[in-house]
Write a protein that binds this ligand. Structure first.
Ligand code: SF4
Ligand code: SF4
Length: 96
């Protein structure tokens, strides 16, 4: 059984809305990043679909430091810390 996922979220104070996380997550067919109509069509991460920390694919592509964080602790994941950015988590197993 895979480890339980840890919820992550976009910090809208830091996010530039470049949409790289959205594109990357679509490219690997997980589709956890979506555009929330309210309040301002911002990018959000669906914890029911996101596989973090089993997946970390979007973290290296995000250009805005601090814009993706662990929801509970607020720990910044951009750029990805070394303990998070491990070779077996860059793309979830079974996809690449
Ligand atoms: S960690 Fe993986 S599943 Fe979660 S939003 Fe980023 S690319 Fe999508
Ligand atoms: S990749 Fe980073 S800066 Fe770009 S939309 Fe996603 S969270 Fe925001």
């Amino acid at each position: 059984m895979p480890p339980a996922s840890i919820p992550i979220r976009v910090d809208h104070e830091a996010c530039t809305e470049c949409r790289m996380c959205y594109v990357v997550c679509r490219e690997i067919d997980l589709n956890a990043v979506y555009v929330a109509p309210e309040p301002r069509h911002r990018f959000e991460i669906d914890p029911a679909r996101c596989l973090y920390p089993g997946c970390t694919a979007c973290l290296m592509y995000c250009p805005a430091p601090g814009s993706i964080v662990e929801a509970a602790s607020g720990r910044s994941l951009v750029p990805p810390p070394p303990d998070v950015w491990t070779s077996d988590r860059r793309v979830p197993r079974g996809i690449a």
